[in-house]
Write a protein that binds this ligand. Structure first.
Ligand SMILES: Nc1ncnc2c1ncn2[C@@H]1O[C@H](COP(=O)(O)OP(=O)(O)OP(=O)(O)O)[C@@H](O)[C@H]1O
Length: 248
């Protein structure tokens, strides 16, 4: 995916300024920067989640496979299947564990039989590292799972519709350290099949899970590069200031 000259306004307030970013396939890209710098706003641009907010104006281009996702001909429901999203707080549907994962394949008409659906549910739970823990309780309500399990269920739900890209907005911020470690491990495994973009407040997390890091400041993309380079040898003074804890 790419963003080209992306500008976003909430009413009169500009939140993103001329952002140009290439997201590398099958890698994890971390978006970091001080609170309010536009990380989540940028992430939401990537699957048109900002469409749902009143008063938002977007200028510029975001492409997936060279096609502008803001093109009028794009079906947003299909788009969000190709570019899935996992939120800060786990948000399973008030349905069974099975139905949470089966929901997407059902509404997108991806299966022809119950056997096919079962297969997708099992594979998705396996990919999300959750199958072992839930295989004997698939008909039970998803809300009965722990927070970490719920978040992995949300990842299974995203994976079930075979997305190309998975966007994650601080996916571990509501989780304890053990659940966080599991989700981080999972992100590392998922990157062999999916392109992942993750917003994180934790520089340690960015260093642990990502191959590329993009540093945002005041709505601008200041610097992007290999994660090692950004953390050990940043080129911009603002990046240096942030990663050494001088501000933010
Ligand atoms: N729905 C909204 N309506 C109006 N302004 C918004 C909205 N969402 C975000 N903003 C503003 O846009 C700017 C960028 O916010 P955004 O949430 O993208 O930053 P962030 O870097 O993700 O912050 P944080 O790390 O605190 O989550 C901020 O000034 C914020 O107040």
């Amino acid at each position: 995916m790419t963003a080209r000259d992306l500008n976003l306004f909430y009413g009169d307030n500009q939140a993103l300024f001329d952002v140009n970013l290439d997201i590398v396939e099958r890698q994890v890209t971390a978006l970091i920067g001080p609170s309010g710098c536009g990380k989540s706003t940028f992430l939401r641009c990537m699957n048109r989640m900002n469409d749902t907010i009143d008063g938002v104006t977007i200028k510029g281009k975001v492409t997936l496979d060279d096609r502008d996702i803001y093109d009028k001909a794009i079906d947003v429901v299909q788009l969000r299947a190709r570019i899935g999203m996992v939120f800060q707080k786990p948000n399973p549907f008030p349905k069974s564990i099975y139905d949470n994962v089966a929901y997407g394949p059902r509404i997108h008409g991806l299966v022809n039989s119950r056997d096919e659906l079962d297969e997708i549910v099992m594979t998705s739970l396996e990919r999300a590292g959750l199958l072992k823990e839930v295989k004997d309780r698939l008909p039970e309500p998803a809300t009965g799972l722990s927070g970490g399990q719920q978040q992995r269920l949300c990842i299974a739900r995203a994976v079930a519709v075979s997305p190309e890209v998975i966007l994650m907005d601080e996916p571990c911020s509501a989780l304890d350290p053990i659940a966080t470690a599991k989700v981080e491990e999972l992100i590392d495994e998922l990157r062999s099949n999916y392109t992942i973009v993750i917003v994180t407040h934790s520089m340690q997390q960015a260093a642990r899970v990502s191959q590329r890091t993009a540093f945002f400041h005041l709505g601008k993309l200041v610097e992007v590069g290999e994660t090692d380079q950004i953390f050990t040898n940043p080129k911009d003074e603002r990046t240096k200031g942030y990663i050494t804890g001088r501000f933010g």
